[in-house]
Every structure is written in structure tokens, then in C-alpha cells.
Design a protein around this ligand. Sequence first.
Ligand SMILES: [Zn+2]
Length: 78
Amino acid sequence: MGFWEDERCEYCQGVIIDKMIDSPRKIGNRYVLIKNIPAGVCKKCGTKYYTANVLKTIEGSIRRRKAEKEIPMAVYSL
Ligand SMILES: [Zn+2]
């Protein structure tokens, strides 16, 4: 724990805190929602940081495991 403790946000120099977050990721041409990702989140601007290890785990999970459930997702274009 506390991986991001002494790190500062590269955009605003804000404090980064450890948090479990849910985040959508694009895989090919579809999006999947990944839950309970251990991430660093900037307290000031909200930028999320992931360790290389976590990103690897996410990719592995998507490739090896079946989705727990499928949810419909609202889509908007700007
Ligand atoms: Zn920041």
C-alpha cells in the first residue's frame, strides 16, 4: 500500500492518493469496465495513474477471464 504516497501529479503537482477505482478501457472496438483497479488519483485535478503491473494484470484478466456481467452502455458523440 501507499505506492503513490511520495509521488506528485505531473500536471498540477497535486498530491496523489491511493484509491480503488472503476474505469472503462477500450479493447479493440469495444469498451469493457474494469472494477476495483488499484490506482493513484490526483487529489487536485483527478488524473489517474496506474502502475505497469496493474496495467498488465488488467490486460491478462481481459484475455483470460470471462466478463462477470454484460451491461448496456450509453454512448454520446461530441
Ligand atoms: Zn493533478
